[in-house]
Design a protein around this ligand. Structure first.
Ligand SMILES: Cc1cc2nc3c(=O)[nH]c(=O)nc-3n(C[C@H](O)[C@H](O)[C@H](O)COP(=O)(O)OP(=O)(O)OC[C@H]3O[C@@H](n4cnc5c(N)ncnc54)[C@H](O)[C@@H]3O)c2cc1C
Length: 468
């Protein structure tokens, strides 16, 4: 008898014993590929339904794109950062697992100043800055708020409107939309300088920007501040992993996924072979490209996996004590069109250390990519010191994180090119027999961390429907 038949017989026996109770396939085994939020939440739910869950993870750590830099004073986040007050699933898990949260308002953050074409400005002086290229009527809108301002009359009424086809006519290049709003090429270049939703605005779907603005509005409408885990957001996935019945199989990437009548088999890089009745694959698309599927996936799904791009994102994590920060000449947090992009400055409660995250998006990362970590970090600092000479020797570089060079993510999140939502979104979560797909990039209503959790719930339900 094959293992699957044995399981079926076992399930029948269980059914006989459990008659009248929910028809869960007790004893069925599910493989979860990836131990980020989506994979760990999927495994947690499976265990709650009486399934055996095996989680396999490429990295030596869990959490994926949730990464707290514990070795740096102030524990800055290198990945998933702000937890919306409307992140119901994530907050419920954190509460169940005893991960303490605090309001982001408890953290001192410094107001944003601007450095455009080398000219400094404050929110107040921006209107009259000689580097302000915006047309009359927009002059007072600061560069960091310009996108949201121009997109404020958006048509996304329900959370999933962006991907259900009703707004397909807006799945077009964002650049053309902004040109139509009176921005010239110089203003568009400014707007695109720190675009987080495409490597350029010509490559960014307007609909994906509307989705983002609508998501932020929903979070704000909740009327409560964003949150963060007191000891670092990575404590949430760590707690989920620790509570699983089986430890995560870490440091062993899946390289082949084979599906057949009996279920699914995974081959890992070490030679390990894992078999299960179903699988949920939660890994970012660029990592998914590296997995061989046997038999191959349908054409449109393959095309979706191969063509959806991820945002390039470089972060340099700096620290300064209070005296050095004050003498650095830096005005606070910063939004610039200089090579180093943006600076986010924060000081956690009770700490005397300022954490400064230099945050570089999209094609602006290219300038540093050819360099190894140490040189890239030094080059970023030199670019910053060229603009702020007093900061030299006052800021210390503690870590460089380049998500797009990391083989297990190859970018920070999925970005949608014009036309791609309509063409590819649905294909991303089409099950291939017993193989189901989850992860942030497959979420309907939320994006980011809660999107990862939402996607896990959807994929678990799909599996429950087939195995119960
Ligand atoms: C810089 C940054 C800032 C962010 N800020 C926010 C924010 O403020 N708010 C918010 O809500 N979200 C934010 N996010 C997004 C959020 O962190 C992610 O959407 C979420 O964590 C993704 O979870 P996931 O489970 O879908 O994917 P991942 O976390 O990427 O998990 C997938 C896992 O699969 C593993 N894997 C890859 N390949 C293989 C393989 N072959 N075999 C086995 N395992 C494999 C990976 O190592 C990884 O652990 C941010 C992300 C980044 C990078």
């Amino acid at each position: 008898m094959t293992r699957r038949r044995l399981l079926a017989a076992g399930a029948l026996a269980a059914w006989a014993m459990w008659r009248g109770r929910p028809a869960v396939a007790r004893g069925a085994r599910v493989l979860v590929v990836g131990a980020g939020l989506s994979g760990l939440y999927a495994a947690r739910l499976f265990e709650q339904f009486g399934f055996e869950a095996i989680v396999v993870e490429a990295r030596e750590r869990v959490g994926g794109r949730v990464l707290t830099l514990d070795a740096i004073e102030g524990r800055p986040e290198a990945g998933g950062n702000l937890i919306g007050a409307n992140y119901g699933r994530l907050l419920a898990v954190a509460a169940q697992s005893g991960v303490e949260m605090r309001s982001a308002d408890a953290v001192e953050t410094l107001p944003t100043a601007y450095l455009i074409d080398g000219e400094p400005a404050s929110a107040r002086s921006w209107r009259d800055s000689t580097s302000n290229p915006l047309p009359d009527g927009l002059k007072t809108v600061t560069p960091d708020r310009l996108g949201a301002f121009l997109l404020r009359d958006h048509p996304v009424r329900n959370a999933a409107d962006w991907c259900n086809g009703t707004l397909a006519h807006l799945d077009v290049a964002a650049r053309n939309f902004f040109l139509g709003r009176g921005l010239d090429a110089v203003a568009i270049a400014l707007l695109g300088a720190n675009n987080g939703y495409g490597n350029t605005l010509a490559e960014t779907s307007l609909l994906s920007l509307y989705r983002t603005v609508a998501g932020i509005e929903r979070a704000i409408a909740f009327g409560r501040p964003t949150l963060e885990a007191v000891a670092g957001n990575q404590r949430v996935p760590e707690a989920m992993a620790a509570e699983l019945a089986r430890p995560v199989v870490a440091g062993d990437p899946v390289i082949v996924l084979e599906r057949g009548a009996d279920g699914v088999a995974a081959a890992c890089r070490s030679g390990r072979r894992l078999e299960a009745d179903a699988a949920i694959v939660t890994i970012p698309l660029p990592a998914l490209r590296q997995i061989e599927f046997r038999p191959t996936l349908p054409r449109v799904q393959r095309e979706a996996i191969d063509s959806i791009r991820y945002l390039k994102l470089t972060q340099a994590h700096l620290v300064a004590d209070r005296a050095d920060w004050t003498a650095s000449g830096l005005p606070g947090s910063l939004w610039s069109n200089a090579p180093f992009g943006r600076l986010f400055v924060r000081r956690p409660p009770g700490s005397d250390t300022y954490n400064i995250t230099v945050w570089i998006n999209g094609d602006s990362c290219d300038r540093y990519d050819a360099l190894p970590d140490r040189e890239a970090g030094t080059r970023i600092l030199e670019d910053l010191f060229d603009a702020y000479p007093d900061a030299r020797d006052r800021l210390r570089l503690r870590a460089l994180v380049r998500w797009h060079l990391d083989p297990w993510s190859r970018g920070s999140w999925a970005v949608w090119a014009p036309g791609q939502i309509g063409r590819h979104f649905a294909a991303l979560h089409e099950p291939a027999g017993p193989i189901h797909f989850a992860g942030e990039h497959t979420a309907y209503a939320y994006s980011g961390m809660e999107g990862a959790m939402e996607s896990a719930e959807r994929a678990v339900l799909e599996v429950l429907r087939t195995l119960s």
